[in-house]
Write a protein that binds this ligand. Structure first.
Ligand code: SF4
Ligand code: SF4
Ligand code: FES
Length: 318
């Protein structure tokens, strides 16, 4: 099958401001060929100046992650004909939120540098702890990460704040915090709760949606948040906001934005938010804090919340 493969090319080496441009290659694809195989054929036979990264060719090293038709995918695990028939085109770009080395190859500082920051090894407990199958299951998904960086490339929080640890490193952090053999959970959670840690996530779910290995980084982040709060590590905006949200639902069955802002930011910083709050109210985006009645059925909402709180109390700190 004849296919035109378009590649977004750029060589920032020696020219940091270079503008990317599209280059087309007409190739002959056979059933069973991956995008990576096609790229390697182009490099070997047509254009040796084209650059991509790869190692295992078996979807286990994470090197070949790139944007294929706008989505982060592993090039070695994407059938080119299937993808072409689905999208009607093949357009290849480097991962977003990563610095380009050349063409489709990107520097892999995120997530590698962030992995260092989360201290990627176990701190032993004083005594040996045997793992059960259930214990292993709790961290199973996070152990499947192949460090491809796809989740970081689609992370809205990382796009806004380059210092955010990012979903890949936080999924890895859960691998250690969630491990019954880890001896310094509280210390880890304390560090992860600081600026640019677990509370920077805006829950867009992209990381979970695009991870090729079903690591579900957002679930790991939610577990880290729960665990941090269970340890009483709650003197930060994220934890305060979360508590304020629960209080609001219990009180009126919906979000009382004004009260939540006050509880999250404190008096002084909330005063600075008044013009913004007024604007929101004028556009019908925020109910007036003084006239915010409880919803019908609030008693049912409270019963559900009581039940959940009972369950949470039973969850022990290990
Ligand atoms: S859910 Fe959070 S960590 Fe995942 S991509 Fe969105 S902002 Fe990033
Ligand atoms: S969590 Fe998934 S998407 Fe993110 S680096 Fe690991 S394998 Fe890749
Ligand atoms: S080359 Fe290793 S994951 Fe694709």
């Amino acid at each position: 099958m004849e296919i035109t493969v378009k590649v977004k090319r750029c060589n920032p080496q020696g020219n940091a401001d270079c503008k990317p441009s599209w280059q087309s290659y007409d190739i002959k694809a056979e059933v069973g060929m991956s995008v990576l195989e096609v790229l390697l054929d182009v490099i070997a036979g047509v254009d040796p100046s084209l650059v991509c990264r790869r190692s295992c060719r078996s979807a286990i090293c994470g090197s070949c992650a790139m944007k294929i038709n706008g989505r982060p995918l592993l090039a070695c695990d994407t059938q080119i004909i299937e993808e072409y028939e689905k999208a009607g085109r093949i357009e290849l770009e480097p991962l977003d939120n990563h610095r380009v080395i050349k063409d489709l190859a990107v520097f892999q500082e995120p997530p590698w540098d962030e992995f260092d920051k989360i201290i990627p090894y176990l701190n032993e407990k004083d005594k040996d702890v045997a793992m059960t199958a259930e214990d292993e299951h709790a961290i199973d998904a996070s152990q499947k990460c192949i460090m491809c960086g796809s989740c970081n490339s689609v992370c809205n929080a990382l796009e806004m704040e380059k210092n955010y640890l990012g979903p890949a490193a936080l999924a890895k952090a859960w691998r250690f915090v969630g491990d019954v053999r880890e001896g310094k959970k509280e210390k880890r959670l304390d560090r992860l709760s600081q600026e640019h840690g677990i509370w920077d996530c805006v829950r867009c779910v992209h990381c979970t949606e695009y991870c090729p290995k079903d690591v579900a980084p957002l679930s790991a982040i939610e577990r880290l948040r729960d665990k941090a709060m269970a340890y009483g590590i709650d003197d930060n905006h994220g934890a305060k906001h979360s508590t304020a949200m629960v209080d609001s639902i219990r009180r009126v069955g919906r979000l009382d934005e004004a009260a939540m802002t006050f509880k999250t930011l404190g008096l002084l910083r909330s005063i600075g938010m008044i013009p913004f709050g007024m604007k929101m109210e004028m556009h019908g985006k925020m109910p007036h804090p003084v006239v915010l009645p409880a919803i019908d059925g609030i008693d049912e909402v409270r019963k559900i919340m009581d039940k959940r709180e009972e369950e949470k109390k039973k969850e022990e700190l290990d």
